[in-house]
Design a protein around this ligand. Structure first.
Ligand SMILES: *Cc1c(COP(=O)(O)O)cnc(C)c1O
Length: 438
């Protein structure tokens, strides 16, 4: 068994290049080979069990190997494996669009499919500009937010604000204007006051160049990859008002927050605002297959209507757009979420997380805990080069997989996690933090 693991690791190190991974370090970190998954647990090649504390990078909804999703994919495979969505359609795609619109904020009425979060963000970015252009406006600029993250393709990187990930590519990027993060606070500053401050900054910027801005792009409620930075809902209300005043589209990226993670179907619900464009991804298929989408208001869609030679077509799409297997998984996931009341359950899971971590937040080694629903970041005080990593490493030894963003230990359990499993997650994280930073 152990031999099988070491030989797989050796072959990996000889052939594979991993995402977001420094290969100069990784071999020394004892790469883990995941072999199978069941419920909230993953098992390594030696059958050691790990609780999947970040839901496989924020995607798993009900658990691994969910029978209803597996059955739906198999049934779809027997009917239609794939057919292009360029100029053709199919029932699973139609139904996913209908189901998304059923749960999305009222006012969003069109669904454009993509594969990953980045590719959907990219589509939305282009839509905003093209819609403005086709209305006769010259709006080549975007406003975005520091510490934001929208994916790794160049359009998405242009609107990102995480220096570590994005600084390298600056010379290649489209022109934008960045405002400060409403989630980065002065000591003791209330979040509502910070929201007002950043809104004032955004207003000043738009007052100067607003007529050239096609969209304001942001992650609602939680800037996830930026370190689970949370902001006050009034920020979203203010952005909506500024977008209306200056004629820019409000483009929200719900790839991390959407489909239940914040205890609502979509994070914008916490502020009661309806965006013009909304990007969803990650949890859409329950964490099984890639599928993402842009939801648009009718007015955006209408800006693209015209004759074939009008040049108003959205010349954008991907080979596997609306793959029927992914759509079947999404339909099964959304049906299960309705049946099980998963969104309400996620809110309860979030409350239980908050209660369990209340004592952890008092540790000297913990700077702050930030959480909206199930999306949780525990910022630990640095005690060495890779403190966040060391905490996650200690958790791994105790059978829990969590991943750091710098010195922020991220907890993002599958939404359907049971109480005893959640208690296992929080008690292991508690013990691991005490081991490393107390
Ligand atoms: C993960 C993420 C993306 C990118 O999604 P991929 O599927 O990794 O391309 C975009 N935006 C947000 C907010 C994300 O968290």
């Amino acid at each position: 068994m152990i031999l099988a693991t070491s030989s797989l690791v050796a072959r990996d190190l000889a052939a594979v290049w991993h995402p977001f991974t420094q290969h100069g370090q990784w071999p020394a970190d004892e790469p883990l080979v995941i072999d199978r998954g069941s419920g909230v647990y993953l098992y390594d090649a030696e059958s050691r069990r790990y609780l999947d504390g970040v839901s496989s990078l924020w995607v798993t909804v009900h658990g691994h190997g969910e029978p209803a999703i597996n059955a739906a994919i198999l049934a779809q495979l027997d009917r239609l494996d794939h057919s292009t969505f360029l100029g053709l359609t199919h029932e699973p795609g139609i139904r996913v669009a209908e189901e998304l619109l059923r749960v999305a904020p009222a006012g969003l009425s069109r669904v454009f499919f993509a594969g990953d979060g980045s590719s959907a963000a990219e589509a939305a970015i282009k839509m905003a500009y093209q819609a403005a252009t086709q209305r006769g406006d010259d709006r080549p600029l975007y406003v975005h937010v520091a510490e934001g993250y929208h994916g790794d393709t160049l359009g998405a990187v242009s609107l990102g604000g995480v220096e570590l990930f994005h600084a390298t590519y600056r010379p290649l990027l489209i022109e934008t204007r960045m405002v400060s993060s409403p989630g980065v606070l002065a000591a003791g500053q209330p979040r509502a006051a910070r929201a007002a401050e950043v809104l004032a900054e955004m207003r000043a910027l738009l007052a100067q160049e607003g007529e050239r801005v096609c969209a304001v792009v942001l992650e609602p409620m939680v800037q996830a990859a930026g370190g689970m930075l949370t902001h006050d809902a009034s920020f979203l209300v203010g952005v909506r008002a500024l977008c209306d005043e200056f004629g820019a589209a409000m483009l929200v990226d719900e790839v991390a927050t959407g489909i239940g993670a914040t205890g609502a179907w979509f994070a914008v619900e916490h502020a009661g605002v309806v965006p013009d464009l909304m990007v969803v991804g990650k949890r859409l298929t329950g964490g099984v297959l890639p599928l993402s989408a842009v939801l648009a208001r009718e007015a955006v869609y209408e800006a693209f209507l015209g004759s074939p030679d009008s040049g108003r077509t959205f010349f954008h799409g991907h080979t596997y757009t609306a793959n029927p297997l992914s759509c079947a998984a999404a339909l099964a996931n959304l049906a299960l979420m309705h049946e099980r009341g998963t969104v309400a359950r996620a809110a309860t899971v979030g409350d239980r997380l908050g209660a369990a971590l209340a004592s952890v937040e008092k540790y000297d080694g913990v700077a702050e805990i930030r959480r909206v629903g199930t999306m949780t970041g525990i910022e630990v005080r640095s005690v060495g080069a890779r403190t966040g990593f060391e905490v996650c490493r200690a958790a791994r030894r105790r059978g829990v997989l969590v991943r750091p963003l710098g010195d922020v230990v991220v907890l993002m359990p599958p939404l359907g996690i049971a109480d005893d499993e959640l208690d296992e997650l929080t008690s292991v994280v508690d013990a691991s933090i005490r081991e490393v930073v107390q």
